[in-house]
Each structure stands twice: as structure tokens, then as C-alpha cells.
Design a protein around this ligand. Structure first.
Ligand SMILES: *[C@@H]1O[C@H](CO)[C@@H](O)[C@H](O)[C@H]1NC(C)=O
Ligand SMILES: *[C@@H]1O[C@H](CO)[C@@H](O)[C@H](O)[C@H]1NC(C)=O
Ligand SMILES: *[C@@H]1O[C@H](CO)[C@@H](O)[C@H](O)[C@H]1NC(C)=O
Ligand SMILES: *[C@@H]1O[C@H](CO)[C@@H](O)[C@H](O)[C@H]1NC(C)=O
Ligand SMILES: *[C@@H]1O[C@H](CO)[C@@H](O)[C@H](O)[C@H]1NC(C)=O
Ligand SMILES: *[C@@H]1O[C@H](CO)[C@@H](O)[C@H](O)[C@H]1NC(C)=O
Length: 607
């Protein structure tokens, strides 16, 4: 016990001695601390038995231990009782407050028995200890301050003051130690939660509980306490970005991955496992075009991305944890569609004024043309022009509205129909182009007079031809068409003074056939002239004329006539010829004439 010294300290309990004296021959009480060295004297038996040391041998002093092991022996020379083996109080008297060893001392000659009671006093040779070196506690992070958790108690084999006296908990933020003391064996130790827990800040607390005994110096025992904070689903997932922006080419192939979104949840386990999804809002259903992998957040294209249909998508995302109840968060994703030059410019003729009169002036509008391109930006900016050499051009009215106008002289007689090719091209890279052919018909204007192939025409007619003889055809051409080319012929001029030509000749107004209404006598009239006028039927009318020379051909319709002096018809003239006339004598000259001409008038004479 605390007051005893370890060696050589012998304390006789006089009171006990006196008390026990009446019941037995003698009762000696000694006290010795446990664990003293061998040889430590417990008490002077000789003195207490009142036997001289020199007598001890003769009296044959012995000690008799009971059933237990022999701890003590006698030194007969000194008359003392000493410790001869290690004494462990805790082994001898486990769990008891007091510990006594009873032995008997026996003296012979005469015989005396003495009971000796040796109290084994406690020394602080045992430290407090916990049955387990460490314990684990699972505490929910939703626990409220004030909640209590029972802790194991320490044991100490020593007794009394050397037993467990106090506990101390390592200093920490969250827990206090509360020892409820209801006497030696009804003590309890509890951890008391002091403030709210947050697993996300501090997932575990490592505490140490130290038990102290009352010895001096005190011995200690330590228990390691690991407090695991069990997660509750108190955190919602958080997206890594408040807004995800991504650009996607239109016509992106299906299954192309465009973005991976991610959210973090600071909880643990399934409370932090996240499922991703799209949120359907109004009539916007992102699932038609995009697919989000619920586990990875990877977003892929699953539909036709058409810039012309939608240039940007504003999509809402959701990240939901698998806790119960689960928590979720909303995110935003903006998908900007990048236009691809996938639409060709279209040339649309909104109004076509065809046919166009051939006398249309430069600048006359022939058609209204619109060029459209569904693409956006540069891909949708177009320009257009007329290609090929045609007398037309495109004039920009505004934006992409054009007029096709006349840009040069038109002549139906040369070109009556144009295929005007309009070429439109956009500014994409590569550019797309298209052409559209506008058929333009040129309508006739009576801009050509009938045309005779020659300015003067000679026709020949035999004299004495019968009335009604066709003496020729006078024809003109008119390159115009239809009425503008329909020619009427008429005669112009006088046959002779005051006799109109129409009383001598007739012309078929349709065919230009000329028929004579008289027969002609070459010997009277060799030639005459008139004009044929050709009028077309256009408005205004155009006309032209041609001079026709009629040449009358001689027929041999006249006999030669011999002229006077032998001219009197049927009479015979005589010439006096001298008898002396010799051969070669000139008799007379015979003259004859023929009214015809040419060969018809070439005369030969015969006798
Ligand atoms: C504490 O929780 C863990 C799992 O987190 C479990 O393996 C262990 O058995 C629990 N311990 C107690 C004492 O409930
Ligand atoms: C114009 O196009 C039409 C149809 O393609 C064709 O029949 C016609 O001959 C073309 N005309 C000209 C003057 O090229
Ligand atoms: C009239 O016809 C002639 C011959 O057919 C031709 O040479 C001439 O160019 C034409 N004149 C006009 C004005 O058409
Ligand atoms: C043709 O005859 C008419 C009378 O029939 C006359 O008035 C006119 O002057 C004549 N023309 C010419 C050119 O001689
Ligand atoms: C033909 O044209 C001329 C001149 O334009 C006109 O004087 C004449 O009357 C016309 N003739 C016919 C038959 O129409
Ligand atoms: C005949 O034509 C010429 C020129 O082509 C013209 O000068 C003349 O006036 C015309 N004559 C008539 C009678 O139309």
C-alpha cells in the first residue's frame, strides 16, 4: 500500500494481535508489500514469540504453510521470517481488496502453535488496461450534438488507490468525455458529441482515451478510438461548369462525341454516384438529337444537326445522385451549330415578261429573279450574274433581288429565242453554285419592209401573146413573221400617159404573178416600165417597190416589102438598058424592108 516502503518495512498490527489472542494460542500479524526482493525480512519471530534466538534451535522452530506455495522461510540465527519467493498480490488474491497469507509457526519442547497472518500489501505494479487496444465507432454525420456513445472501461489489477482513478480524452473539436461514477463497479464512460459533424470536412476522428490509476507515479492505459463519420446524403452534385458551351458542325456524323459533362458530389458511396440526364422543357426535347451517357456524362450526336433548322440549342442537364432520397442539380449546355455550306444558292424567277418585243430598249425589265441560300453567314451570301454573251444582264435591286434587263439590241430576225443562263454562287468555302436557264422569247415587231432581191427586174413577153399570159412573178421576202411578213403586191405607175398600168397588166396580190390583159405588138412598142409595190400587213405597214422593165420580144410577123420606084405593088417597072451594056452594067437597085427586127428583118434577095 501507498504508505509502506518496498523493503524492510515491517509493521505490526498490534490491535489485530490483541484481538486474535483470545481465540488461539497466539496470533501474529505481519505485513509485507508484494513483489519484495527475496530475503526481505517480514518480522522478528523470536522477539514476538518471546524466545531467545539461542533457544530457537533447541525449540525447533518451524513454519508450516497451508496448501499454498511456500513464500516465507525462517532465519534461525536471526530469528526472523523472510520472504523466499516472489509474491504477486494480484495472483494470490485476484480481484480482492485485501490479501492475507496464513502460516503457522510451531515451537517444540514444549509445543506451541502460533498462527501468523501476513498481509500482502499492494504496490502499484499494474497499469490500467483496456480489453481492446483500439475500437472503431461509426457515427452518422447527421447525429445531433448531445448524442452519447458508450466507451469501454479500463481495468487495473491493482486495488484501491492503485486501481483506475481517472480518464482523460485527447483534446479534439467534437467530443467530450463524460464519466458517470456510481461507485467502483458501476462507472461508465461516454463520448458526448459537442458539435455537428460534417463528413465532407472531416471523415474520421482519431481519439485517445487514457486511463490513469492512483499510483505515484500513476500508470496509464490507452485506448485508441477511431470515430468513422458515416455519410448522409447532405450534398447535391455540382457541375464542373455553370454553363457548358460547345460548337458543333452541322451534319456532324451520328455517334460523334461532342462533350463530356461532369458533376462532383462531395458525399461518399452511392450518395456520390451520379446519373446524368437531359431535362425536357416545353417542346424542346434534347433526346431527339443528343444522347447523354447516364454514367459518364458523355454527350453524343444521335440526330441530324441542321443549321438551317436550328442554329443553337439551349439544353438543360441534370445530375442526380443515387442517395435516398437523392439530390440533384441542374446545368446548362449551349450547343452552337456551325454552318456548313451545304445549301446551294437557288435562282428563282418570280416574274417573267416573255416574250420580249424585239424593239425593247436597253434597261427593259425582262424578269424578276431572287437568289436564295439557306445557309447562314458567308455561306448564305450570294452573287449572281448572267453568263454567256447575250444581250441581257442582271441588275441588283436590293439584297438578293435582281432584275433581268435588256442590255443590247434585240433582233428577232437573227435570234428569236435566248436561253439566258443565270449563275449564282455563294461565298462559302468551298463555294456552292447553281445555274438556272430562263427562256426568253423575242416577239416580232414590223421592223422590216418587204425586200425585193433586185431593184430592177426585166421581164420578157413575146409580141402577140394571148391575153392572160403569165409574163412573170415578182416576189419580195419579208423576214418578219406572221402578219408582219404577209405581203400584198400591187401595181404602180401608168402604162402610158393617162392609161394606168392596171388596165394593161394584172398582178395577183398574193403570189405576185403578172398577167397581161392585152397583147403587144413589138413593131409598135418595144418596152415599157412599171413598179410593183409590196406591202406587208403589219402595223405600221411597211412597203417597198421594184421597177419592172417589160421587154417585148419580136415575132416574125411581117413580110419584107420591096420599095419604089418599083414599089407599086403588082406593077412591073421596066428599065431601059442600052444594048451595048456589057456585063456588070448597073441596072437597078432593089430595096426591100421588113417591119420585124433582128433575124426577122434580115433580108436576102433572089431572082
Ligand atoms: C462501420 O462501418 C463500416 C463500413 O463503413 C462497416 O464495415 C463496419 O462494420 C461498421 N462498424 C460498426 C461497428 O458498425
Ligand atoms: C433553249 O433550251 C431549249 C430547251 O433546253 C432548247 O430546246 C433550245 O434549243 C434552246 N435554245 C437555244 C437558242 O439555245
Ligand atoms: C434583200 O434581199 C437581198 C437578196 O435576197 C439581200 O441581199 C438583201 O440584204 C436584202 N435586204 C434586206 C434589207 O434585207
Ligand atoms: C397617170 O395617169 C393619171 C390619169 O389617169 C394622171 O393623173 C397621172 O398624172 C399620170 N401619172 C404620170 C406619172 O404620168
Ligand atoms: C401600199 O403602201 C403604200 C405606202 O405605204 C400605200 O400608199 C398604198 O396604198 C398601199 N397599198 C395597198 C394595196 O395597201
Ligand atoms: C419606190 O421606192 C423608192 C425607194 O425605194 C421610193 O423613193 C419611191 O417613193 C417609191 N415609189 C412609190 C410610188 O412608192
Amino acid at each position: 500500500m501507498g504508505r509502506g516502503t518496498i523493503t524492510g518495512a515491517i509493521w505490526i498490527n498490534i490491535g489485530a494481535l490483541l484481538y486474535f489472542c483470545g481465540a488461539c494460542t497466539a496470533l501474529l500479524s505481519f505485513s509485507v508489500p508484494e513483489e519484495v526482493d527475496k530475503g526481505t525480512v517480514v518480522g522478528n519471530l523470536a522477539k514476538h514469540l518471546q524466545v531467545a534466538v539461542s533457544e530457537l534451535e533447541r525449540r525447533d522452530l518451524r513454519i508450516v504453510s497451508g496448501s499454498f506455495k511456500k513464500y516465507f522461510d525462517l532465519d534461525l540465527k536471526a530469528g526472523t521470517l523472510y520472504v523466499c519467493d516472489r509474491i504477486d498480490r494480484e495472483e494470490l488474491c485476484p480481484n480482492s481488496e485485501k490479501c492475507f497469507l496464513n502460516i503457522e509457526a510451531m515451537l517444540s519442547n514444549p509445543l506451541h502453535l502460533h498462527r501468523i497472518e501476513v498481509q500482502i500489501t499492494d504496490i502499484n505494479d499494474n497499469a490500467p488496461y483496456f480489453l481492446e487496444k483500439e475500437i472503431n465507432l461509426n457515427i452518422s454525420e447527421s447525429s445531433s450534438p448531445g448524442e452519447r456513445y458508450l466507451l469501454p472501461m479500463a481495468n487495473d489489477a491493482d486495488s484501491g488507490n492503485n486501481g483506475v482513478k481517472s480518464y482523460k480524452l485527447s483534446s479534439n473539436e467534437y467530443f467530450l468525455l463524460d464519466i458517470q461514477s456510481g461507485g467502483q463497479h458501476s462507472e461508465s464512460a461516454e463520448l458526448v458529441l459537442q458539435k455537428s459533424l460534417d463528413r465532407e470536412k472531416n471523415a474520421a476522428s482519431h481519439l485517445t482515451l487514457v486511463a490513469f490509476d492512483g499510483g505515484k507515479p500513476a500508470k496509464t492505459g490507452t485506448l485508441k478510438i477511431t470515430v468513422h463519420i458515416m455519410d448522409t446524403n447532405d450534398n447535391a452534385p455540382v457541375f464542373s461548369q455553370s454553363l457548358y458551351k460547345v460548337k458543333v458542325l452541322e451534319n456532324t456524323p451520328l455517334q460523334t462525341s461532342i462533350l463530356t459533362v461532369s458533376a462532383e458530389d462531395s458525399d461518399e458511396g452511392i450518395n456520390s454516384e451520379i446519373l446524368y440526364s437531359f431535362i425536357r422543357r416545353g417542346n424542346i426535347n434534347p433526346d431527339a438529337l443528343f444522347s447523354i451517357n447516364p454514367d459518364t456524362g458523355e454527350i453524343t450526336v444521335i440526330g441530324q444537326i441542321d443549321y438551317e433548322e436550328t442554329a443553337a440549342y439551349d439544353i438543360r442537364l441534370q445530375a442526380r445522385d443515387k442517395g435516398s432520397p437523392s439530390r440533384s442539380v441542374h446545368g446548362k449546355m449551349l450547343v452552337e451549330v456551325i454552318d456548313i455550306n451545304d445549301n446551294i444558292p437557288e435562282v428563282v424567277v418570280t416574274s417573267l415578261m416573255s416574250p420580249v418585243k424585239e424593239d425593247a430598249k436597253t434597261g427593259t425589265v425582262v424578269a424578276l429573279v431572287t437568289v436564295t441560300d439557306k445557309d447562314g453567314g458567308k455561306n448564305g451570301i450570294t452573287s449572281a450574274q448572267v453568263i454567256g454573251s447575250v444581250p441581257f444582264k442582271l441588275k441588283l435591286n436590293y439584297k438578293n433581288y435582281y432584275s433581268l434587263t435588256v442590255d443590247g439590241p434585240l433582233d428577232r430576225e437573227s435570234v428569236s429565242h435566248y436561253n439566258v443562263t443565270i449563275y449564282a454562287i455563294d461565298e462559302g468555302n468551298p463555294p456552292l453554285s447553281s445555274t438556272n436557264v430562263i427562256p426568253v422569247h423575242i416577239s416580232d415587231v414590223n421592223d422590216n419592209a418587204p425586200n425585193f432581191s433586185d431593184s430592177v427586174v426585166n421581164v420578157y413577153v413575146k409580141e402577140n401573146s394571148a391575153v392572160g399570159t403569165n409574163i412573170g412573178i415578182i416576189m419580195a421576202q419579208d423576214p418578219d413573221e406572221a402578219e408582219n411578213a404577209k405581203i400584198m403586191y400591187s401595181l404602180l405607175g401608168n402604162f402610158s400617159k393617162n392609161i394606168p398600168i392596171s388596165s394593161v397588166l394584172n398582178i395577183n396580190s398574193q403570189t405576185g404573178e403578172i398577167i397581161c390583159l392585152e397583147s403587144f405588138n413589138y413593131e409598135e412598142l418595144k418596152t415599157f416600165q412599171f413598179k410593183v409595190q409590196a406591202n406587208d400587213s403589219g402595223v405600221p405597214q411597211q412597203s417597198s417597190n421594184v421597177t419592172v422593165n417589160v421587154l417585148i420580144l419580136d415575132e416574125n410577123d411581117n413580110n419584107p416589102t420591096i420599095l419604089a420606084p418599083y414599089s407599086e405593088h403588082g406593077s412591073v417597072n421596066s428599065e431601059t438598058i442600052p444594048y451595048s451594056a456589057e456585063a456588070g452594067y448597073f441596072v437597078a437597085k432593089i430595096r426591100a424592108v421588113d417591119a420585124d427586127s433582128g433575124y426577122n428583118a434580115l433580108l436576102s434577095y433572089h431572082l
